[in-house]
Write a protein that binds this ligand. Structure first.
Ligand code: HEM
Length: 434
C-alpha cells in the first residue's frame, strides 16, 4: 500500500491539454475537475465545457489554473504536455512560504527533497531504475527505509498542496518546497527548474541503502562512495552538508542527537532534538563555523560532519565556507540545484523555469557613485590659473562677475531681429513649418 493517495500517474502527460476555437477563448469556459472516484488521479480529470453547468467553475479555475491552449483547433486534445504547470508552480511557491512561516518546517522539507533525489545512481541509465528526484519516496517501500525515518511528516505537509495543485508533479513539489525553504530561511536563491515526471508505482522505488550513514567506519570514504555514485564531487559534498545549518536530529527518528538541548526545548515548531547550530532555522555558514570552533557541547556533530574538517580535500572547502559566507552561498546554490535534478526525467526536456532563471541574471542596480569615481580634483596650479583669469575680467571669489548690461541688450536685439527675419513673412508659399 502506498502512502500516496493515488497510485495512478500524476504526470500531466496523462491529462490532455485542451484547445478551444479562437472565438470561444474569451469566456474561458474550460475547467478541469477531479473525478469523484479518484480524486487525485490526473488521468481521471474530466473536462467540462460550460460554465453555466458549473456556476463556480470560474472560482475553481482561479484556484487551480489549468493549462488551456488556444491554437484555433476544435479537436481539443493535444497529445503532449508538461509534467507541471508553471502558473500552479508559482502559486504553490507562495503557499509553501505561508506553510513555512506557520509551521517552521524548513528543515524537514529540505531533508525530504534531498532524500528523494539522493537515491540517484549515475551508473544506471534507465529511468526510473536510476533513482533520483522522481517522487518514489512517497511510496511505502521507500518511505519505510530506515534513512527516511520521520519523513512521513513531510509527506503529510505536501499532500494538501498536491490536492490544491494537481497539475504539479509530486517530484516538483518536493524540490520546490526544499528550495523555497532554503530561500525563506535566509539562504541563497536556488537556480531551479521544474517539470520532473513522477514514478507511478511502489515497484519503481529503489532498493534500500543508497543514502549515506551518519556513523560509518570510515566517514570520508563512505561519503565519497555515496556522493560520487550520484555524480557529485568533494566540493559539492561539503557545500551540501552545510544544509545541516538547518534542523535537528532526533533519537526517536535517526537514533542520532539528544532528546533536547537548550536550543531546542522550546521550539519553534515541535520542540526537541539536537541541532547543529544555535539558530537552526536560519540558513547561514554557522554549521562550518561551529564545527571548526567546537565551542558548544549542546550542538551536534555527526561523524560525517566531523570528517569535513579531517579529510584534507574536504577541509579546504570546509575552512573556506567557515570564513566566507558568500562563497558558501554560491557553491551551495549550485550544488543544491544539481542535487534537485539528479535522475529526474523532465517534461519538457529543458524543464520549466518559474522566475529565478539563472541565465537571465540580476540587472545591475544604478549606483550614482559608479559614474563619479573617476572625477579628479583640480591641481593647485590649475586652480591658481583659473582664479587669475577670473580676476583679470573683474571677478573675485567673493564677488560674482559684474553683469554686462550693454552686452545683454545687444544679444536681445540680435535675437529679435533674427526672429522677425525668419518668421515675420508668413505669407510665403513654400512655408512648410509650424
Ligand atoms: C553528508 C551525508 C549526510 C548524512 C550522513 C546526514 C544525516 C542526517 C541525519 C542523521 C539527520 C537527522 C534526522 C533526524 O533524526 O530527524 C539529518 C537531518 C537533516 N539533514 Fe542530513 N545528512 C547528510 C546530508 C544531508 C544533505 C546533503 C542535506 C541537504 C542538502 C541534508 C539535510 C538535512 C536536514 C535539513 C536535516 C534536518 C531535518 C529536520 O530537522 O527535520 N543532509 N541528516
Amino acid at each position: 500500500m502506498a502512502f500516496s493517495l493515488s497510485a495512478a500517474s500524476h504526470s500531466l502527460c496523462s491529462s490532455p491539454r485542451v484547445s478551444l476555437p479562437a472565438a470561444s477563448s474569451s469566456s474561458s469556459p474550460l475547467v478541469a475537475i477531479p473525478s469523484s472516484s479518484s480524486p487525485h488521479s490526473i488521468s481521471s480529470l474530466r473536462i467540462v465545457s460550460s460554465s453555466s453547468l458549473f456556476p463556480h467553475s470560474s472560482l475553481i479555475q482561479k484556484k487551480y489554473p489549468i493549462n488551456v491552449t488556444n491554437r484555433g483547433s476544435s479537436t481539443g486534445i493535444s497529445p503532449k504536455c508538461a509534467a507541471s504547470d508553471a502558473a500552479q508552480l508559482k502559486s504553490a511557491k507562495e503557499d509553501i512560504k505561508v506553510l513555512l512561516r506557520t509551521k517552521f518546517c524548513h528543515p524537514i522539507l529540505v531533508r525530504l527533497g534531498w532524500h528523494d533525489a539522493g537515491t540517484y545512481n549515475k551508473n544506471i541509465e534507465e529511468w526510473p531504475q536510476r533513482g533520483g528526484a522522481n517522487a518514489s519516496i512517497r511510496f511505502e517501500p521507500e518511505i519505510k527505509h530506515a534513512a527516511n525515518a520521520g519523513l512521513i511528516s513531510a509527506l503529510k505537509l505536501i499532500e494538501p498542496l498536491k490536492e490544491k495543485y494537481p497539475n504539479i508533479s509530486y517530484a516538483d513539489l518536493f524540490q520546490l518546497a526544499s528550495a523555497t525553504a532554503i530561500e525563506e530561511a535566509g539562504g541563497p536563491e536556488i537556480p531551479m527548474k521544474y517539470g520532473r515526471v513522477d514514478v507511478t508505482a511502489p515497484e519503481q522505488c529503489p532498493e534500500e541503502g543508497r543514502l549515506p550513514d551518519a556513523g560509518p567506519p570510515s566517514p570520508a570514504d563512505h561519503l565519497r562512495e555515496v556522493f560520487y555514485r550520484m555524480g557529485l564531487d568533494d566540493k559539492e559534498i561539503v557545500a551540501l552538508s552545510g544544509a545541516h545549518t538547518l534542523g535537528r536530529a532526533r533519537p526517536e527518528r535517526s537514533g542520532w542527537g539528544k532528546p533536547e538541548t537548550k536550543y531546542t526545548k522550546t521550539g519553534p515548531g515541535e520542540a526537541g532534538g539536537q541541532s547543529w547550530t544555535v539558530k537552526w532555522l536560519k540558513f547561514d555558514n554557522s554549521y562550518f563555523k561551529d564545527i571548526k570552533e567546537k565551542r558548544d557541547e549542546e550542538l551536534l556533530v555527526l561523524p560525517t560532519d566531523a570528517a569535513l574538517f579531517e579529510d584534507p580535500s574536504f577541509k579546504i572547502y570546509a575552512e573556506k565556507y567557515a570564513e566566507d559566507p558568500a562563497a558558501f552561498f554560491k557553491d551551495y546554490a549550485e550544488a543544491h540545484a544539481k542535487l534537485s535534478n539528479l535522475g529526474a526525467k523532465f517534461d519538457p526536456p529543458e524543464g520549466i523555469i518559474i522566475g529565478n532563471d539563472p541565465t537571465q541574471g540580476t540587472p545591475e542596480k544604478f549606483v550614482a557613485a559608479n559614474y563619479s569615481t573617476n572625477k579628479k580634483e583640480l591641481s593647485d596650479s590649475m586652480k591658481k590659473k583659473i582664479r587669475a583669469e577670473y580676476e583679470a575680467i573683474g571677478g573675485s571669489p567673493n564677488k560674482p562677475l559684474p553683469t554686462n548690461y550693454f552686452l545683454n541688450i545687444i544679444i536681445a536685439i540680435s535675437v529679435l531681429v533674427l526672429f522677425f527675419y525668419f518668421f515675420g513673412n508668413n505669407n510665403s508659399d513654400d512655408f512648410s513649418g509650424f
